[in-house]
Every structure is written in C-alpha cells, then in structure tokens.
Design a protein around this ligand. Structure first.
Ligand code: Q9C
Ligand code: ZN
Length: 342
C-alpha cells in the first residue's frame, strides 16, 4: 500500500490544550506522525510519497468559504493583536447569543469558527493544515487511478471539523474533502466509515442532509465521551440524508469482541448502500492504553480490523485521524494497513 505523507505537518508543534481547567501540552503532537512513518518503513508497507499541491477551493466544496479563508489568517491576526502564546478559542456564540454577525477581532473570530478550545494555532499550523488536505487528496487520486487502497498519513486530523467550525485538533475535514472529491470525479455513492474513538461530528454534520455520502461512526458514547453533543444512536440523517447516517455509541471498556460486533452491523449497512469507494477515518485511540480514551482494543486487534475491512472488497482510502498512545500508534495504525493487505 502506498502512503502519502508530508514533512510539512511538523511546524504544527508546541500547541497547548485545556484539560480540567489546566493548560497542558497538546496530546496531538508531531511525534504521532513520526512514529507512524517509522513503522511504515519497519514493516515495509510500501512507498511513501509526498503530496502534490491542490486548490484550496476543493475544501470549500464541504466547508463554508469564509471559514476556509479564516484558517490561514488566524495565526497572523493573533500575532498582530499582540499575543505570542498559541491562539486558543475561549468565547462561543452558544444558543441565545447571535451567530449571524461575524465579529472583527481575532479573539472573537476564533470562537465564531470553533466549537471548543481544542483547535489552537501556532506559527506552522496553517502549513500543516494545508499539507494534511493535500495529503488526503493525493491519496484519493491514487485510489481513483486504480490502487486498491492508499494511506493518507494526515496530520492534523480532520473528522471533528464541521462545515464552519474547527475543534478537537481538527481544522479541515480531510475525509469529507476526499469524499466530495470522489463524488465530483463521478463516484455515485461514497461511504465514510469512522473508527476513531471519538464521534466524527464534523463529518456527520457535513453530510447529514445528503444521501450520496453514507456516514457510519463507531465511538465512545457521547453521554460521557468527547465531543458530547453529537453521536447518539437516534441520529439517522435528515431530508435527502434520512437513513444514511449510522451511529454506534459504545460504552467505556468496549473490547474487540463488542467493537467487532458493532462493526459487523455497520458493514451490513455499508453493503446495503453499495458505495463505489470506502473512506476509513482511521483513529487508533480505541487502543487500551490511549491516554484520553476508554476502549480496550489491543495491538493484535488492529490487523483483524484491517483484514475485515479488506473483505468489503471495495477501493479503500485510509485517512489518519486520532490516536495518542504515541509509543504504540505506529504499531496500531500500520497494523490495520498490513491486516488489510494480508
Ligand atoms: N480529557 C481526535 O481524536 N479532548 N480528537 C478530550 C479528554 C479532545 C480528539 C478531553 C479530544 C479530541 C481527532
Ligand atoms: Zn479521536
């Protein structure tokens, strides 16, 4: 399997996040991509190529144009406003406040274009976001050109990013951009299967009223797990999208047996939809030792996951999302890919 990977992710470094009222180093850090990259070589997964540049207009097919235009401006505006810390949102237009008037200052704009404080900017953040977007589209092109599968080693991740909102370490929704690109290239139906521990709220929101992109999520129950405010089992889609969204919220402690049972049900939904291409939002924060998650998958479960996904028998694009047990992230993420190829 070919991997697409850009060293330009690395400038997105030294971000902070809020955990229990304390500002701590971000769990989403450059070593994640480095460990995965090293594991690809260690197991000989296949060639690693750099992405080519893609027109940012492709992101505006799934995100609001003003949101996409904001992203490269966030850090420069933050600096002009006199700050030198990472740019972090801290005030939001919750229900009862007005969200129809875009504010002028960067402090307010960060909140206007986010749903939490979990997407912060440093000097190299925009370059990393753009490289991650380019990575997804370059890998999508490989699949479109006939590769059975490809791995987009994206960083930062994307599945929490909605049509006009960042959050949860995500800015541009790389999997959603790729799904739309496959549609624009002529695929009639595309499925996004999101196996990250956290519900892919952004992906769900983007396609919720559409019947051409099926969205399936297996994740920690939002009653207790981030992102809390989407991802319940009764969210089936709306309008033309009715019946094309499927959520599998699972309890803390879920192990491979229970996770795999949910996957089998999910794959029945997928087969019934008969997509032409599958995009896997690949998070490995389902791992038993993930520092911010509560499932119990073990390293030897990931090849089983990959081998089951291969049995679907469709062209498959893997897009990297979360996973924060950095020492094992390479073993686990690449384990899915080697399992797929076995
Ligand atoms: N104490 C992805 O996996 N923080 N994003 C949760 C846990 C946000 C995860 C708080 C987690 C975001 C792509
Ligand atoms: Zn996650």
């Amino acid at each position: 399997m070919k991997t697409v990977f850009s060293p330009r992710h690395a400038g997105h470094s030294g971000q902070t996040e809020l955990v229990g009222g304390e500002i701590v180093p971000g769990f989403e850090n450059p070593s994640r991509a480095r460990f995965i990259r090293e594991r690809i070589d260690a197991v000989g997964l296949g060639p690693v190529i750099e992405p080519g540049p893609h027109d940012i207009a492709l992101a505006k097919r799934v995100h609001k144009p003003d949101y996409v235009d904001f992203l490269p401006n966030a850090w420069p505006m933050w600096r002009v406003a006199g700050h030198s810390t990472p740019a972090m949102p801290f005030v939001w237009p919750a229900p009862g406040l007005r969200s129809d008037v875009p504010p002028d200052t960067i402090e307010a704009l960060l909140g206007y274009y986010s749903f939490d404080a979990g997407a912060t900017f440093v000097e190299g953040t925009w370059e990393a976001i753009k490289s991650s977007f380019d990575t997804a589209l370059t890998a999508a092109s490989l699949v479109k050109e006939g590769e059975r599968s490809a791995f987009a080693l994206c960083r930062p991740p994307g599945h929490h990013a909605g049509s006009a909102s960042m959050g949860g370490y995500c800015y541009i929704n790389n999997a959603a951009v790729a799904a739309q690109w496959f549609r624009d290239q002529g695929a009639q139906r595309v499925t996004i299967l999101d196996v990250d521990y956290h519900h892919g709220n952004g992906t769900q929101e983007i396609f919720y009223a559409r019947g051409d992109v099926q969205v399936i999520n297996l994740h920690g129950d939002p009653l207790t797990e981030y992102p809390h405010f989407l991802g319940h089992a009764d969210e089936h889609g709306t309008g033309d999208g009715e019946g094309f969204n499927h959520n599998y919220p699972l309890p803390a402690g879920t192990d491979w047996a229970a996770w795999n049972a949910a996957l089998e049900d999910a794959l029945r939904q997928l087969s019934g939809f008969a997509p032409e291409v599958v995009i896997v939002s690949l998070g490995v924060d389902t791992f038993e030792r993930d520092p911010i998650s509560h499932f119990r998958l073990r390293s030897d479960d990931y090849p089983k996951m990959g081998s089951r996904l291969a049995k679907i028998g469709l062209p498959t694009l893997f897009v990297m999302e979360g996973g924060y047990a950095v020492e094992e992230i390479g073993i686990n993420a690449v384990g899915v890919l080697t399992g797929f190829e076995s």
